[in-house]
Design a protein around this ligand. Structure first.
Ligand code: SAH
Length: 236
């Protein structure tokens, strides 16, 4: 999979790209992430990429020309299935959307800044808009990193234990069960004994029950998405 991120602040993405799962995915050549500095595509003498909003008001707007220059130079090299703009009024990011995007091979993510981007870009060049939540950040870089991280960890081979992504919250409509590690007892705080029993079936049953309980308690809004026939689905 190849992800191209367009930004005015490439350095904000450095640490994200050079650590942990993303680094591993790049090392194993499972994922290629390229950062493009929008300023390299400025078309005017001042090499600016933003300008005042027509009609007045505070805040600058990213201009259409450099963004289109950048998009077209990328699209000359290959076909992109999606040109995504990170935006607080976009489609809310959920695991099901992450799953869909992880199946694509070439994706562009455009990070906005300041007041946002010229609306004509959104109307004619962007294929999908995604929000990471109902709050406003100063730029699209952190949202782009959130999306890329969620997607990259699903690419086969990226996580060392492949099944581990499947047992995370939301993947099967349920929230993940609690987890514990050594020591088995800390200041009289004990790990549930079933987890120490070595009894695989019992452990699986306990985890499933905990998942259902958590989903019903913490996310009753999602209990509709639980696989059918699960105990507790209609509770809460
Ligand atoms: N004026 C805009 C906010 C601009 S914030 C409005 O009121 O909707 C600047 C940039 O940060 C946006 O262009 C977008 O790329 C990014 N951004 C901010 N909050 C975001 C969120 N919740 N999800 C995704 N992107 C976001």
């Amino acid at each position: 999979m190849r992800i191209d991120i367009i930004t005015v602040l490439p350095s904000l993405l450095d640490s994200f790209l050079n650590h942990s799962i993303v680094q591993r995915a790049k090392d194993k050549e499972l994922v290629q992430v390229n950062i493009h500095n929008l300023r390299d595509y400025a078309t005017n003498k001042q090499r600016s990429v933003d300008d005042y909003a027509y009609g007045g008001g505070a805040g600058m707007v990213l201009m259409i020309e450099p963004v289109v220059q950048c998009l077209e130079s990328l699209q000359k090299g290959r076909e992109y299935q999606e040109v995504i703009y990170m935006s607080p009024d976009g489609q809310p990011l959920q695991q099901s959307l992450v799953n869909q995007i992880s199946l694509l091979s070439n994706v562009i993510i455009l990070c906005g800044h300041y007041k946002g981007i010229d609306e004509r870009l959104r109307e004619h060049f962007i294929t999908r808009e995604i929000s990471i939540g109902d709050y406003v950040l100063s730029g699209g870089e952190l949202p782009a990193a959130v999306l890329a991280d969620a997607v990259i960890r699903l690419v086969p081979g990226v996580l060392s234990n492949e099944s581990s992504a499947l047992t995370d919250s939301f993947q099967d409509g349920l929230i993940a069960p609690p987890v514990y590690t050594r020591p088995a007892e800390f200041r009289n705080l004990k790990v549930p004994s079933v987890l120490l029993s070595g009894h695989e079936k019992e452990i699986e049953k306990w985890r499933f029950e905990q998942s259902v309980k958590r989903t019903v308690e913490r996310r009753p809004d999602r209990s509709d998405e639980m696989p059918p026939g699960q105990p507790g689905k209609d509770a809460g």
